[in-house]
Design a protein around this ligand. Sequence first.
Ligand SMILES: [Zn+2]
Length: 422
Amino acid sequence: MVRAYNNEETKGAVMQECKEFEPFLSTRPKEKIRTIPRCKECGLPRILPLLFNWRDEGVITLRWFATEFRFVFLYQELLDLILAFLEDTFGKEEVDKLTHEAEKGSASEYIAMIVLGDKLWLKPISLLIRYTKLINIFLEISSPLFGYGAIQVIEHGVPYAVAYIRNPYRLSMFRADGDGVYEVSKERRMKMEVIEISAEEQVYYFAGKTPDKGRIPNLFHIYRVQPAPIHGAATPLDVPRCPRCRLPRPLGNYVWDERMGIILNKLSGRRMILWPDYALQELLKTFEEALGDRARQIIFDITKQFWIDLITSKGIGFSEEEQLAFLEASVQKRYAIILNQIAYQGLGRASRVEIEESPYRVRIELINPTTPTIISGILAGTFEALEEKEVEVDMEQGETSVVYFLTEKKRANKPRRMREVS
Ligand SMILES: [Zn+2]
């Protein structure tokens, strides 16, 4: 990336557009990357179990301060597919605007939860983090830890903020993250610009200047959220854990590459991101409110198709032994294997799976499911991949759980479908 930056043509273009940021942009990116120490037993970053709690309830929560604030593992590709389809349907500008607002709120909220905690005894720590270089170290470590990209903070002050980034998980969202973080740490508004160094190599600068002379106290409080309560599970999750760090064993197949700033599922080769559940909910809610039922249908359809492809292409990320066990398992056990996987990804825990004959119906009871549109899509895709039938999804919202009923789609739709094909 240094090569790309040193290219005179690129450099000229960058400078012309961004005279104002010139002093920061001539800063040569550091070659040294902050490395993350690993668990000796499973190889996962040691900081993970210190920051997060992988709970038997099928949720990943912050371990400190805001212990009900959830995170979920998402396939980067699924997020890209959803946003690409929404852009095609509703226009890039509209989708970017909605994404930016929803994501900025989530990023602010997450940073506020982690560094401020809103508790009096935390004040000294929060001041230390906000007004020293600690915030930069924190950001440089957490961005690759969440799979959002590798960043190096060049300037994080008033009025300028500039960072250098490789492999941002999504440009528009990363920009929103940057704005949100700044608004919490400096209590001033921010609107960053993206300066491309090399799109091919996924290297960019993010640079911005706050218009505010003074602090706007509690600016980020407009984003305040109350996470939904987490319901308890009666039994431990059926997933082996590392004896040393207690992280779920299968997570060992995710490779945290801090140099690239990405998390890679080494069995499927797919990039993962660890995202606030709240961000996912907020994003989908924003789209559904602004764009109506059609947005929900698009998101459902894409998630369903993505999960069918995951399961049928082995891309879901099974080791060879797991793949063999999966093929030999009963249909009910196969559901359980897939549902266990979504549980350690933080998407919710299946407390019961039942298969009812005549009429054939799969009944799945979930506690703490993430966004209904995504969960329905995942379950529908699982049904279609395992049963090789078109699915119909019904759900019933209980007090502490949600029950999904998966059945074969009524025959009435079949002839129409066949006509379309021929
Ligand atoms: Zn371990």
